[in-house]
Design a protein around this ligand. Sequence first.
Ligand code: GDP
Length: 333
Amino acid sequence: MVKRRKRLRLEDYIDGVLNSKRGVLSRAITLIESNHPEDKELASQLSDALQSRRTPDKAFRIGVTGVPGVGKSTFIESFGLYLCDLGYKIAVLTIDPSSQRTGGSILGDKTRMDELSQHPNAYIRPSASGSSLGGVAAKTRESMLLCEAAGFDIVLVETVGVGQSETAVKGMVDFFLLLMLAGAGDELQGIKKGIMEMADAIAINKSDGNNETAAKKAKGELTQALHLFPRSESGWQPQVFTISAVEKKGISDLWANLNQYQVFAKSNLFWTANRQRQNVKWLHDVLQYELLDELKRDEMIKEKLKELELGVKEGRRSVPKAVKILLKMIKKT
Ligand code: GDP
């Protein structure tokens, strides 16, 4: 017989999270990810209560992206262990929107940071699931705040560099790290220029064995390429590093760079301005997502939407007219 877990009350969640109890933190994140109206209500009360208690700006939020196979999990394992050994508490969250499309996750079929997950200073939470990137991203943001309330110093958000999820992650972190490979022919291998422009640092991974020379060469080329990009808004000049996640090489230089960034961005006030802007963007994202969700729950609107979709599909109706009809109907309800 499956034993049903006792439902936690709001105070249990608050106490558990603030006292860094992993089990409660996990359940709190599950609560936040739930779409059940009762859970949603409790989740919003929890976020609200924690918002007033957490120390703002405490955790360093770092996004990690790169194409599948570049070594993100291996890197996060090495980097995370390095930081844990320095005494930091690390939380790792992943955004993997591909899991909704394929039903199976690109990230799911690999060994996932075994050693790091056992470390007492680390907490790893796999991808939130949902029907849209906007929804998944919003939940990851909330989970990030829960981790901060639970006292984690550094939150790593990992995403697969194959779609729009990088933009979502860039919009919720302080530092955006792009992992790349050398020696695979074209140095830009599938990574769009736009993603390179978002990066605060690029690390060329697998710089070990026969690959080391190619990695150094790629570093030179990428450094030149980065100088041709317009300066980022923060005024920070991104650098290129060669690392080996497997051999744990280059990790400390990279961490030094991230620390320099913290000092730089905090002193020129970009840090706070960026977070404030991210909060406002978050509000708009959630509003948009929740509004659509709410509308799709209304049976009449759902019916009408279906009818209009068909009309648009078959070319009987123009899109602006269809939207107008729907908006009129919404205003009446
Ligand atoms: P992800 O898909 O980006 O998360 O990549 P993984 O971390 O799963 O790594 C993909 C493959 O590359 C695995 O077989 C790793 O063992 C290997 N790998 C990762 N980092 C390194 C590295 O620094 N050097 C070498 N030689 N292989 C690596």
